[in-house]
Design a protein around this ligand. Structure first.
Ligand SMILES: O=C(CO)COP(=O)(O)O
Length: 248
């Protein structure tokens, strides 16, 4: 059954240092003041996962990684497996982010293999999909996103709890977002594609990501079919991220 609690995920991307632990402390203080209505997870760069996990302690903040290698171990210099991330304290992993699909030419098949790796290691996957501006302008957005969903989700997800994130490539870091009607429509397309791929019983939380900020978060989070947000830039400062968490 789909979790009714919304998920607010903070993707730090290639930002952060030991000084970022102060943001975790600020989040913990806020959570201790009054309970959040959302599930909250932060995704620091891999070398910070251990320290962030320790800083979180028993606070209601999940910790995840921004990517993993599909294999469990081996001669893959510079790569990190889901098992290693789990050992460091991660319980979540973002897979198929557009900055990896487009910047690093990661294919749907590679993403699907990484999802299997995440499940094997006990990490909860957040699989990202989204169209480019060219694809949107050509009227292909829904077909592109549905095809990404179909090809990025392995059979192994049947009956499992997982998360998808709709992140239009043109909305990431641009200050531009689709209208809430466009977001609602695409989330329905994604839900249909999940059902077609994994069966009617399959349900996943579907997040929206791309230029979410404290101002637009209330409308986006109230949009039908939106089960939370994947936040980039606005997750780096506790003040902004907390405003988005409190918008739920
Ligand atoms: O890519 C994103 C989150 O994964 C979105 O980034 P921004 O919120 O900075 O647009």
């Amino acid at each position: 059954m789909k979790q009714s609690v919304k998920l607010i995920a903070g993707n730090w991307k290639m930002n952060g240092s030991a000084a970022s632990l102060a943001e975790i402390e600020a989040m913990k203080a806020d959570a201790a003041m009054s309970p959040w209505q959302a599930e909250v997870v932060v995704f620091p760069p891999a070398p910070l996962i251990d320290r962030v996990s320790r800083a979180v302690g028993t606070a209601p903040i999940g910790v995840g990684a921004q990517d993993c290698r599909a294999e469990a171990s081996g001669a893959f210099t510079g790569c990190v497996s889901a098992e290693i991330l789990h050992d460091a304290g991660a319980r979540w992993v973002i897979l198929g982010h557009s900055e990896r699909r487009h910047g690093l030419r990661e294919t749907d098949a590679v993403v699907a293999a990484k999802v299997e790796g995440a499940l094997r290691a006990g990490l909860h996957p957040i699989v990202c999909v989204g169209e480019t501006l060219e694809q949107r302008d050509a009227g292909q957005a829904e077909a592109v996103v549905a095809a990404q969903v179909t090809a990025s989700l392995p059979e192994a997800l049947s009956g499992r709890d997982f998360t998808l994130a709709y992140e239009p490539v043109w909305a990431i870091g641009s200050g531009r977002t689709p209208t809430t009607e466009e977001i609602a429509r695409m989330h329905a397309v994604i839900a249909d594609a999940v059902a077609a791929r994994l069966g009617e019983a399959a349900v996943a939380r579907i997040l929206y990501g791309g230029s979410v900020n404290p101002t637009n978060a209330p409308d986006i989070l109230a949009t039908p079919g939106v089960d939370g947000a994947l936040v980039g830039g606005a997750s780096l400062k506790a003040e902004d991220f907390l405003a988005i968490i409190r918008a739920v």
